[in-house]
Design a protein around this ligand. Structure first.
Ligand code: MN
Length: 252
């Protein structure tokens, strides 16, 4: 068992206690600008963003309550994934940009400007912050299933044959990504494709198109709920959580 795996499993037992320490729920004014469209099916109050330690970058507020994605993604997983891992990337990024020109730039400009350079720390932490902002918005309570009819549904049919063909391709990319990474639905010149990326990489820095949806396949995204069964996590996310409203907005 790897060190990180052992540490992750050790944390599972204290998930409930850790969640109890999250700050009180924030009002609308605190919800942040990176949030996707509100979900019509979500009735619970959005989860508050734990405070970042300070600096130009902040942890986006989740556009739903931390219980809304259960049972596909448990409150415990969100407590660690959002409240520890995502927050950790934001805090580390703030620490790394302090006193440098990067602290005046946008998150996207930080990741694009450091990609492929020896500024690996700022790249990894800015890209991971961006990816997680995108991931939380790619999910919603009672999502998943077929894309609603319209331009994006037509493009899915053109690229994958039908909705089931899309689901198969996305699941293949998500389960086939070796090690940590991400599986994306991407649009380029109106045509859709599925892409998988490693570690912090994403379609924006790789310049392979506009991301529409993403599934995080780092072990921290599913290990508490599914252990080694990544394919079960992926299938459940595709079937029950994908946020087609967000994909449609991104497709334009
Ligand atoms: Mn993650």
């Amino acid at each position: 068992m790897s060190m990180s795996r052992r540490r992750l499993l050790g944390h599972a037992a204290v998930a409930t206690a850790a969640l109890a320490t999250l700050p009180a729920l924030a009002g609308d004014k605190d919800q942040g600008k990176a949030i996707g469209p509100a979900t019509a099916t979500s009735t619970a109050t959005p989860a508050a963003a734990p405070a970042a330690t300070g600096g130009p970058f902040s942890l986006m507020a989740l556009p739903y309550a931390d219980t809304d994605l259960a049972p596909v993604i448990s409150q415990g997983t969100i407590g660690f994934h959002y409240g520890k891992h995502h927050l950790g990337y934001v805090n580390k990024l703030n620490e790394l940009v302090a006193g440098k020109d990067w602290e005046k730039k946008s998150l996207a400009d930080c990741m694009k400007g450091t990609y492929g350079t020896d500024n690996v720390g700022i790249y990894n932490n800015s890209a991971q912050t961006w990816n997680h902002d995108f991931y939380w918005q790619s999910l919603k309570k009672a999502g998943g299933g077929a894309c609603p009819t319209g331009k994006l549904a037509d493009a899915i049919k053109a690229a994958f044959g039908d909705q089931a063909g899309f689901a198969t391709e996305l699941a293949k990319a998500a389960t086939g990504q070796f090690g940590s990474g991400w599986a994306w639905l991407v649009a380029k010149d109106g045509k859709l494709s599925v892409a998988k990326t490693s570690n912090a990489d994403n379609p924006v820095v790789l310049n392979v198109g506009t991301p529409l949806l993403v599934i995080d396949v780092w072990e921290h995204a599913y290990y508490l709920d599914y252990q080694n069964k990544r394919s079960d996590y992926v299938a459940a996310v595709i079937d029950k959580l994908l946020n087609w409203d967000f994909a449609i907005k991104n497709f334009g």
